[in-house]
Design a protein around this ligand. Structure first.
Ligand SMILES: Cc1cc2nc3c(=O)[nH]c(=O)nc-3n(C[C@H](O)[C@H](O)[C@H](O)COP(=O)(O)OP(=O)(O)OC[C@H]3O[C@@H](n4cnc5c(N)ncnc54)[C@H](O)[C@@H]3O)c2cc1C
Length: 344
């Protein structure tokens, strides 16, 4: 049995809205754990448009998607939130009462939390890997075919075929090359979307014969009982077999609502209905903020999600500190808040 992490709030999703919720909760002395299926913070901003300029964040005439995420991470530093990346929140169980909520939250990686409140900031749903269109690939998944590297040790002394031409494919090629028995990178053409320095580093390794590069596409899998022995690939020279015992396909990500549909939140068109006073769902103690929620007049904008997080935090405070007098304070003038921010 793994240990249960006890906390005030679990935030499902480390997109911009989940990140800013940490700030609003932190000002009220509420401790958060953030969970995201992605290996990094920032949700859509970091995953879909890191270099695009955003023009409608108050106070920033222009900030890139990644720039905004970096600033949010800096802003929440004083509250030292705990991040759990590469974890999908799967199950949510009600343990408490409507007056004194308590929930058990479990991730697919086996982490269990006991938390007083849950803030669902899951955006358009969890980013999930696209499955390559190869017959019977499901039989090999999580045995010898993986869509993410959770533990590098899993790949030590293995012959690893990595498929794709983006940053994930190239980054893992470079990271696994030193520990794998052999790494083979396959891409459908000899041009890569990944950062040029990664592409150059990969080409250097190929020139030094420390790894192989194949231009081609996956055609089929060979193996037994979920254990791969080779991947057939269509290349310009015809179909070839590439011997390997691990396959890492990086075919991009798609957003799927995922397990949130099973949490009893009265979904409406795949969105979570909330009130606009507290952004609480039909289950007391569970809040929904950002792109995942719906209410009359909802705008799927980052600034709306920031406002929603601020109001949700006020109600969370009443659950976490039922006896505490609620005092409204400004960060500009409250030494109490400034102490929490480490500036006074
Ligand atoms: C190309 C593009 C341009 C945009 N431009 C603008 C703009 O100019 N201005 C603006 O205001 N908005 C813009 N948006 C919209 C903006 O990005 C979203 O409103 C914002 O990202 C919503 O933030 P969020 O935190 O609610 O959700 P997201 O950013 O979607 O983050 C949600 C996170 O939750 C995680 N998650 C979901 N379910 C689970 C689960 N079960 N377990 C673990 N993790 C989970 C996901 O992996 C994801 O990382 C743009 C969007 C796109 C695609």
């Amino acid at each position: 049995m793994t240990e249960t992490i006890k906390t005030d709030v679990v935030i499902v999703g480390a997109g911009p809205v989940g990140l800013f919720a940490v700030f609003e909760l932190g000002l009220l002395d509420i401790k958060s754990h953030l969970i995201d299926i992605l290996p990094k913070p920032g949700g859509q901003c970091a995953e879909l448009y890191p270099e695009k300029p955003i023009y409608d964040i108050p106070g920033f005439p222009m900030v890139t998607g990644q720039g905004l995420v970096d600033n949010l991470m800096k802003q929440i530093e004083p509250f030292s939130p705990s991040f759990h990346y590469n974890e999908m929140v799967e199950a949510l169980e009600v343990l408490g009462t409507p007056e004194a909520p308590l929930f058990r939250v479990r991730t697919d990686g086996g982490i269990t939390f006991e938390t007083k409140c849950v803030v669902v900031a899951a955006g358009g749903g969890s980013f999930q890997p696209k499955r390559p269109p190869v017959p019977s690939i499901e039989d090999y998944e999580n045995k010898s075919v993986f869509y993410a590297v959770r533990k590098m040790e899993e790949f030590r002394d293995r012959t690893v075929l990595i498929v794709g031409g983006g940053d994930s494919a190239l980054d893992w090629t470079l990271n696994l090359a030193p520990i794998a028995k052999r790494v083979v990178l396959m891409h459908r053409r000899d041009e890569f979307r990944a950062a040029p320095h990664s592409v150059n580093a990969m080409r250097d390794l190929v020139a030094q014969k420390k790894m192989d590069l194949v231009i081609g596409q996956i055609a089929g899998l060979k193996g037994d009982n979920g254990q791969l022995s080779a991947v057939s690939a269509k290349t310009n020279d015809g179909v070839i077999d590439i011997a390997c015992d691990r396959l890492l396909p990086f075919f991009g990500l798609t957003m799927k609502l995922g397990p949130i549909a099973d949490w009893g939140l009265n979904l409406h068109e795949q969105l979570v209905p909330v009130d606009t006073e507290k952004f609480e769902t039909n289950v007391p103690g569970i809040f929904a903020i950002g792109d995942i929620n719906t209410y009359p007049g909802k705008l799927k904008l980052i600034l709306s999600g920031f406002h929603e997080g601020a109001l949700a935090a006020q109600k969370v405070q009443r659950y976490v500190y039922p006896d505490k007098k609620v005092i409204f304070q400004y960060t500009t003038s409250s030494t109490n808040l400034q102490k929490k921010l480490g500036v006074a």
